[in-house]
Design a protein around this ligand. Sequence first.
Ligand code: NAD
Ligand code: UD1
Length: 317
Amino acid sequence: MPIPELDGVSVLVTGGAGFIGGHLVEELIRCGAKVKVLDDLSTGLASNLESVLDQIEFIEGDLRDRSDCAKACDGVDTIFHQAALGSVPRSVKDPALSLAVNVGGTSNLFTAARDHGARRIVFASSSSVYGDTPTLPKREGEEGDVLSPYAMSKLMCEQLAEIFQRCYQMEIIGLRYFNVFGPRQRPDGPYAAVIPRFFAAYHSGTAPTIFGDGEQSRDFTYVGDAVRANLLAAGAPAEACGRSYNVAGGKRVSLNQLWKLIRDLVGGGPEPEYGDPRPGDVRHSLADLEAVGAGLGFEPEVGIDQGLAMTSEGYRQ
Ligand code: NAD
Ligand code: UD1
């Protein structure tokens, strides 16, 4: 399936100042789209949009505010909904906040999109919806019990999408991202993801902490591949809508292997320290990519080695 023609098309990116959103906005500008961004800068950074700031309309606003959502959805054809509070541990600490932003915010946004007649919504779901199922690879339709409020919030977003599509004949596609990484992902704060944390540990010369025995594994996805999946979803035929698809690199790497890959890449680094397993963590994660290949024409292009090299270069700069 080809990347859709976006020249002159009005689009909204919620969470556009975030890690994935920022890369997506840059790509949409390269494609000639007219881009609005809605972001409250709670975890995102204006610097992620530095290269395109004079070419976009930036609305500093909150998904929880219905008037901000209405302003953002006015006149847009396609909505890429990336805004959310990420992090499993953040949601374990403050479930009400993660649910208010991720579920309440998504409901406000979908309602505004309906009222303003947006043609298509593509939204960020998560591999965490697979929960405790031990089955590998994770296949759409084979979800288990969710293990954290964050995972539950994403599952509820998927259910909201199904209801909005059914009640209002909207075209909505969810993308279940599997551990996305790449340049500009924030390494700071207690809720940072593992790859930026490991690079930060290397740069500060301190040992990274691995929670548990390090044999848990993840299917790491390069951010450029996640961006391409969004564009493909925006242009996919209407029959592909009304469901969620896995978006992943398609390979499983343990955390022990990950630290070794980073050490090999940068040429050194200390031995890791091991801590207690993290509450709410799933053990293994690996995506089945058959449905997303058939439905959206997506397959990953960047492997973990190449992705880590580009990420390392980004942090070095
Ligand atoms: P991020 O934190 O960098 O980006 C999220 C953006 O949303 C930020 O810019 C933040 O300021 C904004 N935001 C948060 N709350 C908001 C609110 N109430 N109103 C308006 N804006 C708000 O995270 P990311 O890694 O770029 O993730 C993007 C999306 O992908 C999220 O929905 C996340 O749950 C999902 N996701 C990410 C990963 C991953 O590995 N990074 C994996 C699965 C799913
Ligand atoms: C999970 C979801 C992902 C989601 C993200 C939101 C799964 C499989 N993945 O990511 O889809 O979008 O939450 O934030 O549910 N770790 C360490 N040391 C560290 C940091 C992390 O050992 O310093 C470990 C964690 O315990 C975990 C793994 O690394 O086992 C990955 O953690 P993280 O990067 O936070 O992402 P997930 O929680 O897997």
